[in-house]
Ligand binder design. Structure first.
Ligand code: ADP
Ligand code: MG
Length: 250
């Protein structure tokens, strides 16, 4: 009996909060249903694992900065025949490409769903236990530029390694005169073949000399990004514009 009295404290010590909450009622159920001891233990463990998964997923989602609601479920693939739904589903459900530090590039004009697609893959991967960070490229560059000024760029880049997937939205908005492109190159080189990136861009590669300081840097950045990459070219009318037209006509 004294052993059982200690149980809540022991479970708390072990940080088994679902088990701590549920063991009493489940023990009653186990008795009633004549569960074997292993079955009882395994049922308790299952609850603990499930609750941890739910909590972790909620925490990752909160810290990811991903636009809420921009998921696969809300993406209409019939608008973008050039984008393979199967391929997007695979990228959002299978973490192998993350383990291998591969890249996804999403190109296309404004309003065609690039950000939505990138977010959808991010949301899917969070459910598979991947830490994801979504950021506008320019905002992150400003942060990294600040870190460089205080000589803490290496530490800032290492900190981003924490995220198995970093989504750089709108890389094309970075301008070489912003003094940000050097850190952008360093980021790309840092993550190359180790941590994954999704990059969205409304600029084709041919225009990327507007982003990086020198031609050599542009070539070196593109080389690294395309080496192990999946490319989506979203060629369609702006979904945003089509939608507002439809609304106006209705
Ligand atoms: P981009 O990043 O290419 O400029 P967004 O991803 O921001 O475009 O898309 C613009 C708006 O249209 C967003 O609200 C997005 O959710 C919506 N949208 C775009 N394409 C689709 C689609 N195929 N299905 C559903 N919503 C879409
Ligand atoms: Mg966008």
């Amino acid at each position: 009996m004294r052993e059982v009295a200690k149980l809540p404290v022991l479970l708390k010590d072990l940080k088994l909060s679902a088990m701590g909450r549920l063991w009493g009622s489940m023990a009653e159920e186990a008795e009633k249903e004549a569960w074997t001891h292993p079955r009882f233990l395994s049922a308790l463990c299952e609850h603990e694992v499930e609750e941890r998964y739910q909590k972790r997923t909620a925490r990752y989602r909160k810290h990811s900065n991903l636009p809420a609601g921009k998921s696969l479920a809300t993406f209409d693939f019939s608008y973008v025949p050039s984008v393979s739904k199967a391929k997007v589903q695979e990228l959002s459900a299978n973490t192998q490409w993350i383990t291998q530090g591969e890249t996804v590039l999403i190109f296309g004009p404004s309003g065609v769903g690039k950000t939505h697609l990138a977010s959808a893959i991010g949301h899917g991967l969070i459910e598979r236990g991947v830490r994801v960070l979504f950021t506008s490229t320019t905002a992150l560059m400003q942060k990294l530029q600040g870190a460089r000024k205080t000589l803490s760029l290496p530490a800032a880049l290492d900190k981003l390694d924490h995220y198995g997937l970093l989504i750089l939205d709108d890389i094309g908005y970075v301008r070489k005169d912003d003094a940000e492109t050097h850190v952008l190159f360093e980021l790309i080189a840092h993550r190359y073949e180790s941590k994954s990136l999704i990059v969205t861009s409304n600029q084709p590669f041919s225009e990327w000399d507007q982003i990086f300081a020198t031609n050599a840097m542009t070539v070196a950045a593109i080389d690294r990004l395309v080496h192990h990459a999946t490319l989506f070219e979203v060629v369609t009318e702006s979904y945003r514009r089509l939608h507002s037209l439809e609304k106006a006509q209705a």
